[in-house]
Design a protein around this ligand. Structure first.
Ligand SMILES: Nc1ncnc2c1ncn2[C@@H]1O[C@H](COP(=O)(O)OP(=O)(O)OP(=O)(O)O)[C@@H](O)[C@H]1O
Length: 243
């Protein structure tokens, strides 16, 4: 039996390829991707439209399967898991954010944040407590009773972040989370994500076109024609960017 060694990486992906059949031919969306993300590390994934960002994110969280390659998440082999096990991994250990907040407009912020916990067996008082704590982490403790439709775009995205955090994930994946926000609000959300990842030792992967996001990240990776290269981060200023 192997010794119980805590794995360093949150995610270790090796040689990931993904081919899609298309019009009688094949699209090679990913052509051999290696990517490691450590606890507390914020990695930005930059690439043009169609370069394979969403495909890669979906594969890393088990929503899609690669054509070849291997993926270890939190020390477990993702590709050996059943559909049910992958769903459980997402429910317990992964938080997701998208360009749109996807809130239920007539539910309160608190009810929206509680949704992922409804699938767990937690008693309702515990669910409520965790949801309030998650809203407080994103600075919206006082908006808990406001309905989704009563919140600004930036507040809605904060609620989406609280919903991604409520089950205390180890890995957060976000696809263009600032894409619909003005630059100041986008900056708030980016800094909040970065700070939460650093403080709570969460691995954070954000796919983005937003220069502010990739200049705030700990590491930038570029995806082009289905291949990854390390990017160069710009010099940081002294206004709190980066660490
Ligand atoms: N289900 C699918 N069937 C066929 N081709 C697909 C499918 N999904 C994605 N592709 C192709 O794979 C490539 C990568 O797409 P992907 O959506 O991952 O890009 P992206 O970088 O996320 O783009 P964007 O920034 O526009 O969201 C594209 O050429 C796309 O057309």
């Amino acid at each position: 039996m192997e010794p119980a060694v805590a794995t360093e990486a949150i995610v270790e992906a090796r040689g990931i390829t993904r081919d899609y059949p298309s019009g009688g031919g094949v699209v090679h969306a990913l052509r051999g991707i290696d990517l490691n993300i450590k606890p507390g590390e914020f990695v930005a994934l930059r690439g043009r439209s169609g370069s394979g960002k969403t495909t890669l994110l979906n594969i890393l969280i088990g929503l899609d399967s690669p054509t070849s390659g291997s993926i270890s998440i939190l020390g477990k082999d993702l590709l050996q898991m059943s559909e049910t096990e992958r769903a459980r991994l997402r429910r317990e250990s992964i938080g997701m954010m998208f360009q749109n907040a996807h809130l239920f407009p007539s539910l309160t912020a608190l009810e929206n944040v509680e949704i992922p916990l409804r699938l767990s067996r937690l008693p309702s008082a515990q669910r409520n407590k965790q949801a309030i704590e998650a809203l407080e982490k994103v600075g919206l403790g006082k908006r808990a009773k406001h309905r989704g439709m009563e919140l600004s775009g930036g507040e809605q995205q904060r609620v989406a972040l609280a919903r991604a955090l409520v089950h205390l994930p180890r890995f957060i994946v976000a696809d263009e989370p600032t894409g619909n926000l003005d630059s100041l609000t986008g900056r708030d959300i980016t800094f909040l994500l970065r700070d939460i990842a650093h403080q709570s030792n969460i691995g954070l992967l954000i796919a983005t076109h937003d220069p502010l996001v990739f200049n705030t990240a700990d590491r930038l990776v570029l995806i082009q024609d289905g291949l990854l290269t390390e990017g160069t981060l710009k010099n940081r200023d002294d206004t709190g960017w980066h660490k």
